[in-house]
Design a protein around this ligand. Sequence first.
Ligand code: C2E
Ligand code: CA
Ligand code: CA
Ligand code: CA
Length: 277
Amino acid sequence: AKQGGRGNVRFFEPQMDLELQARKALEYDLRQALLKDELELHYQPLIDLEAQKVSAVEALLRWRHPSRGLVSPGEFIPLAEETGMIISIGEWVLRTACQQALSWPGLRVAVNLSPVQFRHRELVDTVKQVLEDTGLEPGRLELEITESVLINDTEAALDILSALKGIGVHIAMDDFGTGYSSLGYLNSFPFDKIKIDKSFVTTLEDKVKSLAIVRSVIGLSESLSMTTTAEGVETMEQAMLLLGEGCKQVQGYFFGRPVPALEMTAFLGNWQGFTVL
Ligand code: C2E
Ligand code: CA
Ligand code: CA
Ligand code: CA
């Protein structure tokens, strides 16, 4: 039995394998994380290349675990999804990011939506409610979804996306090119933005194929009146290559790593553009 209402003591059956034990321990801790205020958002700048301006920030979730230190989302989001905890965690992320955006006038804030959240029947109401409660202008919120939400029930996905667009928020297709990408999706769904996955950006300079893919994604999204953001830009060379290809926006360690809100405020205050090499 675990927890058994006897304080914080946890018991594990000896036959439980180690992996499952570790998972259970993490799950137990994650259930407390929200209550104990252990979750925090870091923010990474999105740079408009032509204007050399920070025009948005992406909120990235972190878990400050009492003994493990800072845990990255890749390590606990899958668990949060499997257990349904992602619904309350996701709402916290949305609310915290919208609230925080109020102190950065003119900036848009991008929030990642898990496919589980996307399918949750209360998503649209939650988004509406959070915008109403915080008073953030809907156009300053951008929701990032991945291709996987579109594949199963295409019609339902379209309904949800239309309802979200109806509220006035922006929609970005995240990690483009990594999933079951169908170019047809781009035409059928109301995206404002395509985010080119960092795997293409990383290999931009030495893989002819990556450049070809990046070029065609930029061309296609332009012809469909969407903008493109390239993720994972780590060098000036990559940024300049992307600018040359017509990519409007970039995000990556070269311009700024994800940092806590206070540091982002300082970053924004110090921003002076960049020198083109
Ligand atoms: P993502 O949405 O694709 O976020 C971009 C990831 O790339 C982030 O990792 C970011 O720190 C990292 N990154 C940014 N610039 C660079 C770069 O120049 N080079 C490299 N190598 N990496 C870069 P992070 O923060 O570990 O997040 C991983 C994933 O976890 C995210 O991928 C997203 O799918 C998910 N995630 C993060 N926050 C949330 C959240 O609040 N809700 C949900 N549902 N998922 C989230
Ligand atoms: Ca994202
Ligand atoms: Ca991404
Ligand atoms: Ca990713």
